[in-house]
Design a protein around this ligand. Structure first.
Ligand code: SF4
Length: 304
């Protein structure tokens, strides 16, 4: 089967099975192009919670497909590559957080959606990089734990004056690879060109950037800015989404190391295989799911 035939088959199977294909902005271009919706984790979780389709094929990493299942338990959710994981989400387990909660019963826990269903189940509320600030602000507490991303947590801590933010020690191995020397040489190469970065980058990078935002916020910035050229400091897959909405802008990836190998595992063939054979279904223990649902639902009621 050639590529065009495979695309046609995917579309045919999608209709036959009343399915929706969701793809994260960090997926490869071919997978983004076949998806019904491409977006960041907040947008995709909202779509997953609202869709009336029977089947969700989630092209992303495991925690994202789990969030879709948590929000839409009556639907079948497939992750085309079952071992597409997230090293950051593996930096904390449900057991770790359960123990923390027992030892610190009065410290509310805000958990980044880049975490397992078990971790969400022990959390008071979840957040994404788009809504983290408003989520933290919404809590009536003097102290909170922000887990697992210490970089996003310290970015939020810098914007909050009325709460002490304790940080877990997790981080995104992809964003953490950007070096300050890469920002310095970008400024030297193209003086005046704005540098836009994700808050998962190390604080040393965030401090030197012109704009800090989630993938959707960075895309919006490029789309609406009167500037014509940018350095982009997040996973390279975003460039494909960005070129669709801002075709005349010149985009440079801030660092060649901004590649998430887990996000790149999913091929068109994997999407076809999942749809055709209903493989790699995500299932979550109902007790865990209900607890995780409460933390996610509470997050979805707060604006980005
Ligand atoms: S980009 Fe970072 S946070 Fe996102 S899936 Fe990859 S490792 Fe995890």
């Amino acid at each position: 089967m050639n590529r065009n035939e495979m695309v046609e088959e995917i579309i045919r199977l999608k209709e036959k099975k009343n399915a929706i294909i969701l793809a994260h902005n960090y997926q490869i271009p071919e997978v983004q192009d076949i998806a019904d919706f491409v977006g960041d984790s907040l947008k995709l979780s909202q779509i997953a919670s609202e869709t009336d389709k029977d089947l969700i094929v989630f092209c992303g990493v495991k925690f994202m497909a789990e969030s879709a299942k948590i929000l839409s338990p009556e639907k079948k959710v497939l992750l085309p590559v079952i071992d597409a994981g997230c090293p950051m989400s593996d930096m904390i387990t449900g057991e770790d957080l359960k123990k923390y909660k027992e030892e610190n019963p009065n410290v509310p826990i805000v958990t980044y959606v880049n975490s397992s269903a078990e971790v969400k189940a022990y959390s008071d509320i979840c957040c994404t990089s788009s809504n983290a600030l408003n989520v933290v602000k919404s809590l009536d507490a003097k102290e909170i734990l922000f887990a697992p991303d210490k970089n996003l947590g310290s970015y939020i801590a810098g914007k909050i004056t009325d709460k002490k933010i304790r940080l877990w020690h997790g981080f995104c191995i992809t964003h953490e690879r950007v070096e300050t020397s890469e920002i310095d040489s970008a400024r030297e190469r193209r003086p005046g060109v704005k540098i836009l970065v994700h808050p998962e980058c190390n604080p040393k990078i965030v401090e030197k950037a012109d704009f800090v935002g989630s993938t959707s916020q960075i895309i919006d910035y490029v789309k609406t800015s009167s500037d014509s050229e940018f350095y982009i400091g997040t996973e390279m897959g975003i460039l494909h989404s960005m070129r669709k909405v801002a075709p005349n802008k010149e985009l440079h990836l801030l660092s060649k190391s901004l590649v998430c190998y887990n996000m790149k595992k999913t091929s068109l063939e994997d999407v076809y295989n999942a749809l055709k054979n209903d493989v790699n279904e995500i299932n979550i223990d109902e007790d865990i799911r209900v607890k995780a649902y409460n933390a996610l639902k509470r997050m979805l009621s707060i604006n980005a």
